[in-house]
Design a protein around this ligand. Structure first.
Ligand SMILES: [Zn+2]
Length: 1164
């Protein structure tokens, strides 16, 4: 072998070293030419310049051979080094010099082309360079002259393939009929020249990287031809190379179907049926298995776009926004009319922004606080939200009776309401409607929204009465109906079917519920069903909900124990896509009947179909279509006043048959990936199970997968991509009433009821607990704010002084309604802070907690996923929140400004969220330095001072909280998030420790919960641990707290110091089956060009140019380069090319027109 060590060889060696290391490669004749070059050049540069100087055949051949030897050993780094030294240009020049002659010397040309293919394959700019050198059309011409020579044609085709990496070069070749010529080279099944045929198909596929070429191919009807070729090759060829050809054909089809016209042609030419059929064969033959995945992806991609069966993409729930015209036009349809375009996915790919571009690198924006968004005269009104500062604690010392400390804020919190919140009226009076929260301070009894909410007029809180479980089996009747006489029955459409017998049974039902609650109620801590019902009756919703979902009423927790993540069934997506393709190919067994429509309650459906219902708090299901006997497509309702953001779901299903696998497809999900692909399951609640004493949400469902589908919006927004979440459920009982949800629901009414329970639970002698109303929402729901701290030990000056100087900690949550897990974490925090735990007591003594557990009550109530009733993401409104449209954000920010203005800037701010695409729990914080480092900004950070305290809490959590992952945290400030709570509170209020806490919807991949799905207990525990971690921010822990306490929460600052990661996006490993189909299927990714090129010497093809063989070649082999061939273990190009040399030089057989023979195919 060669003298240089393969591992540390560098190209920087001198020619002398090169010669010394590879003496046998350099001929006597070659040596003088090379040494003539500048002695300062490296050996490589000498070789390259010699190559371009068009020397005699033999020395040029030797140089090519040396280069090939060098590049073939070792890694790609050598090739990249050669490219950086002008290697591509040198080869192109040599190609042009050699190829231009009337009678090109193929002895030289073939190795040159092979080397060019290998090098060009790694040179991203090879296409442009080829065009500049005039090689692009030259190679096409060479191809045309050599269609009769399989080996030469193959070499030309590989070079065309690599040149096509440039769009303009590919277009140039396409415009010069290159596609047509190459297409003609692809024959029906044959056993000869397989490598050349494959090269032709690969070159054809490569040329299809441009829109123009795709259009041209489609318009010429080649799609049909490609399909027929695939069918033919697939049916006959099972050997390795033939399978490779099938792969390449599929790649062509994938590229062609990037365009709408291509997909249409594919479908109209029977592509789906063909692939469906061929794939079934593939499944039976091990050798063909590799064709299955690309075929399935192609089918999925080409299933004809199907609009969702909706009359409008707008949400079924419309809310009249104050100050806006009442009727909202279907703006999407208008938009679509204006943006009618070809929907090539290529264009879509461009939208993926470079992550680092999003980082804020403007030091001013990172460091300097902007002006406040409002005049400071508006701030004093928020003093009422600091009751701990004005409370006189008169009860202290007078009596130990637990009474007044917390009752001032009691059940009539709505009455305290807003009295001070007049700020916005000065500016916004004009646009106000009755729905805004403009109650007069002189009239605190007024309902905050100034009009009686629809739901409150009903006494509310029936269960969904057409549920069979409630009407067929008296023993299961669960109607909870109080004050029935007062209920305007006619207002409740669901009540029409109540008969006399039921009414007679009523008292029986009520007592039964009571008995059940007595028997089982204790298993639900901090929950009182009757309190919940009362709270729900006061909740305002757009549709005026009058039905309670049973799980919210009673028993909304998972069962004890842990639920492991679901194992993904192998090839599950493949199986689902087959089923979907069947729907397209046949009508057998296809029902396609709408069985539920949120907007049409009179809908009749077959007696044996499932029944659906979603008109209750947090409910979200717009339509259900029975596809097959046991399969349903489900369409989610868009966020109110919007036509998007579908992901969250929660609905009731009934009339099932036990132990039958029902397939559910949620067909209009929007997120590009989901934890449903990584072990997450939806949650199910069975009323029958509950009535038997197991009132639990359980993770359930099999055959779960999440993938991009073929549906599109009903009208307009053609670009929108939808994803299917599919899962299968076998229900345990016949005729049950079940509920299915994206995650454990947590309603706004649940929060209200929970706060009431908490209030009753605290010891008012110890805990100062005061619940207030931050403001009313657009729909007139009060947004609660809770103050928690420790009562002072006495009314003495010292104790009161300590109380009034406790730092504030502000925690918010559930700004995104679909993130119900955030509410469970918040529930844990609330319960802990109210508890008698010694750590909680210490925290209360150290801090004043202000919690706004639900920043978006309206969204939560109406089952939206992301937005408020205005159709806006409230967590993008923090820069300048509108007092009327985003009142909760406006007033939360007002409170923070106020705290700031009185010198009580919060020590910690944290906004609780849920993450749908990641595991574990983690924090996002803000750091100037880390942002600048990560962005690679030129700003010098050496002199920049930054308190590293933002890392204390995450580091502590990493030790304390099993679900927490420090490695998933980051502290980067992105432009796209500049209007989020975290960034605004950090920048504008100067809160160093300002965080977003993201909790997984799925589970953990580390720690003691690894492999388990998180339940509400783990989420609540996270809320507790977050509180524990707050001890770490107290400067001198030891002086404030006993050693016992410190060891209790194990505060240790050692160890961890991880670097920030870029991890805002999905960081799961790629899903085993592609979720997207727009990019090329990875199963089809770059066939190994090198091995193809090397394979051009393979014996299978040798016969085609046997007639060229001459004795002179044999001499060469034994002569100058024969030795290197012997030295080289792998198959070499040169010996046998040299063998052909003489005949090549004797001249070309040219047919009249460019060498393309009559039917044009190689070997015909
Ligand atoms: Zn969120």
């Amino acid at each position: 072998m060669f003298g240089y060590g393969q591992s540390h060889f560098t190209w920087n060696g001198t020619l002398r070293e090169l010669e010394g290391s590879c003496p046998s490669c350099i001929t006597e004749r070659g040596r003088p030419r090379m040494t003539a070059s500048s002695s300062s050049s490296s050996g490589l540069e000498v070789l390259l310049s010699t190559l371009q100087n068009a020397g005699d055949v033999e020395s040029t051949l030797n140089i090519l051979n040396v280069l090939d030897e060098l590049l073939s050993a070792g890694t790609d780094r050598r090739i990249h080094y050669m490219i950086s030294k002008g290697g591509s240009e040198a080869l192109l020049t040599a190609l042009v010099n050699t190829g231009r002659s009337f009678s090109p010397n193929y002895t030289l040309l073939l190795p040159l082309l092979h080397l060019l293919a290998k090098v060009g394959h790694r040179d991203l700019r090879i296409g442009v360079k080829a065009e500049d050198a005039g090689a692009a059309l030259l190679i096409l011409n060479l191809l045309r002259h050599n269609v009769e020579h399989a080996r030469r044609a193959a070499a030309c085709l590989w070079v065309i393939q690599v040149f096509s990496s440039s769009v303009s070069t590919a277009n140039l070749i396409g415009a010069n009929h290159g596609l047509d010529d190459i297409y003609r080279l692809i024959p029906q099944y044959t056993t000869k020249h397989l490598h050349a045929i494959k090269a032709a198909i690969d070159a054809f596929a490569a040329l299809l990287c441009t829109k123009a070429n795709v259009c041209s191919v489609v318009s010429k009807g080649y799609v049909s031809g490609l399909l027929r070729l695939y069918e033919d090759w697939h049916g006959k060829g099972t050997q390795h190379v033939a399978v490779g050809i099938c792969h390449s054909l599929l790649r062509c089809l994938h590229k062609v179907t990037h365009s709408t016209a291509g997909r249409q042609a594919f479908v109209s030419q029977g592509g789906i049926r063909l692939l469906y059929g061929t794939t079934q064969t593939c499944l039976l033959s091990k050798g063909l298995e590799s064709l299955v995945e690309p075929s399935v992806q192609l089918m999925r991609k080409c299933l004809p776009k199907t609009p969702l069966p909706l009359t409008s993409d707008r949400s079924a729930y419309t809310f009249h926004v104050p100050g806006r015209p009442h009727a909202v036009a279907d703006m999407d349809a208008e938009l679509a009319a204006n943006s009618e375009e070809s929907d090539d996915e290529e264009a879509e790919d461009n939208k993926e922004a470079d992550f680092d571009d999003d980082l804020e690198t403007d030091l001013n924006k990172l460091r300097i606080r902007p002006d406040p968004d409002r005049p400071k005269e508006l701030l004093p009104q928020y003093s009422r939200l600091c009751p701990e500062l004005s409370h006189d604690f008169q009860e202290l010392g007078l009596s130990s009776e637990p009474e007044e400390s917390s009752t001032s804020s009691s059940s009539d919190e709505e009455t305290v309401l807003l009295s001070g919140l007049r700020c916005c009226s000065s500016k916004r009076d004009v646009g106000r409607s009755a729905a805004s929260n403009d109650s007069s301070p002189s009239d605190p009894e007024t309902d905050p929204e100034g009009h009686a909410p629809a739901a409150a007029q009903l006494e509310a809180c029936d269960f969904h009465s057409h549920s069979s479980i409630l009407s067929t089996s008296p023993s299961f009747r669960t109607k909870v109906r109080e004050a029935r006489d007062e209920a305007p029955v006619g207002q409740r459409e669901e009540d029409y079917d109540i008969d006399e017998e039921e009414i007679a049974d009523e008292s029986h039902h009520r007592t039964m519920i009571d008995r059940l609650l007595e028997r089982h109620g204790a298993c639900i801590p901090h929950h009182e069903p009757k309190l919940y019902r009362a709270a729900a009756a006061k909740t305002n919703s757009i549709p005026g909900f009058s039905i309670l979902a049973f799980p919210d009423f009673w028993g909304h927790l998972p069962p004890p124990g842990h639920e492991p993540m679901a194992l993904r069934k192998p090839n599950i997506q493949r199986q689902k896509v087959f089923e979907d393709a069947q729907r397209f190919l046949t009508t057998d067994g296809i029902i396609n009947q709408v069985v539920f429509d949120l907007e049409d309650s009179s809908l009749q459906c077959p007696s044996d179909s499932l029944r659906f219902f979603s008109k209750f708090e947090c409910g979200n299901l717009r339509k259900a279509v029975q596809v097959r006997r046991y399969e349903y497509d489900l369409i989610l309702n868009a966020d109110a006043n919007s036509s998007q953001h579908t992901q969250w779901f929660y609905f009731e299903v009934s009339n099932m048959v036990a132990d039958v696998p029902y397939r559910f497809n949620v067909i209009n999900c929007e997120k590009s990936n989901s934890q449903f692909n990584y072990g997450m399951q939806p949650v199910l609640y069975s009323v029958r199970e509950a009535l038997e004493g197991r009132p639990h949400w359980v993770r359930t469902g099999t055959e779960i997968c999440y993938f991009r589908n073929h549906f599109c919006p009903a009208r307009g927004r053609r670009r929108t991509t939808f994803y299917t979440l599919t899962f299968t459920i076998s229900f345990k009982h016949n005729e049950d009433v079940c509920f299915l949800a994206y995650h454990y629901p947590y309603t706004y009414s649940a929060l209200k009821a929970h706060l009431k329970v908490l209030q009753k639970s605290v010891d008012p002698a110890k805990v100062f607990y005061q619940q207030q109303v931050l403001c009313g929402t657009l729909a007139g729901n009060p947004c609660p704010v809770v103050n928690i701290t420790a009562c002072p030990a006495s009314r003495g000056w010292k104790d009161m002084h300590q109380l009034r100087n406790r730092p504030c900690i502000v925690l918010t949550g559930r700004v995104h309604p679909g993130e119900s897990n955030a509410s469970w974490v918040m529930k844990g925090t609330l319960e802990f802070l109210c508890s008698s735990d010694p750590v909680a007591q210490s925290l209360r003594e150290a801090f004043v907690f202000k919690l706004i557990p639900m920043l978006n009550p309206d969204g939560v109530v109406n089952g939206t996923n992301r937005c408020d009733l205005n159709g806006e993401d409230l967590n993008r409104q923090w820069c300048k929140p509108d007092p009327v449209l985003s009142p909760t954000i406006y007033h939360t920010k007002g409170l923070l400004y106020y705290l700031n203005s009185i010198g009580r800037t919060p020590l910690v701010f944290c906004d609780y969220h849920g993450h749908s695409r990641k595991k574990n729990v983690f924090l996002y914080g803000c750091s100037v330095k880390e942002t600048l480092w990560q962005s690679g900004s030129a700003v010098n950070t050496v002199g920049l001072k930054e308190d590293p305290g933002y890392r204390t809490i995450p580091k502590t959590l990493d030790r304390l909280a099993p679900a927490f992952s420090f490695n998933s945290c980051n502290y980067l400030v992105e432009k796209s998030r500049s209007a989020t709570a975290r960034v605004v509170v950090w920048r504008e209020m100067g809160v160093l420790r300002s965080y977003t806490m993201e909790s997984t919807h799925n589970g953990c991949d580390q720690g003691i919960y690894k492999g388990l799905q998180t339940g509400t207990r783990e989420l609540q525990e996270m809320g507790v641990k977050f509180c524990h971690s707050l001890l770490s921010v107290i400067k001198d822990v030891k002086t404030l707290y006993s050693q016992r306490l410190i060891s209790h929460v194990d505060l240790d600052h050692n160890g961890l110091d991880h670097k920030s990661h870029n991890c805002f996006e999905d960081d799961e490993p790629p899903c085993v089956e592609e979720i997207e189909y727009s990019s090329d299927c990875p199963a089809l990714k770059s066939a190994d060009l090198d091995s193809d090129v090397n394979g051009n010497t393979a014996s299978a093809d040798e016969d085609d140019e046997n007639d060229d063989g001459g004795c002179r070649g044999a001499k060469h082999r034994r002569g100058s380069i024969g030795q290197s061939q012997q030295l080289s273990a792998r198959g070499r190009l040169f010996p046998h090319l040299v063998r052909q040399a003489s005949a090549e030089m004797l001249g070309e057989k040219r047919t009249a027109r460019n060498g393309v023979s009559v039917n044009g195919q190689i070997m015909s």
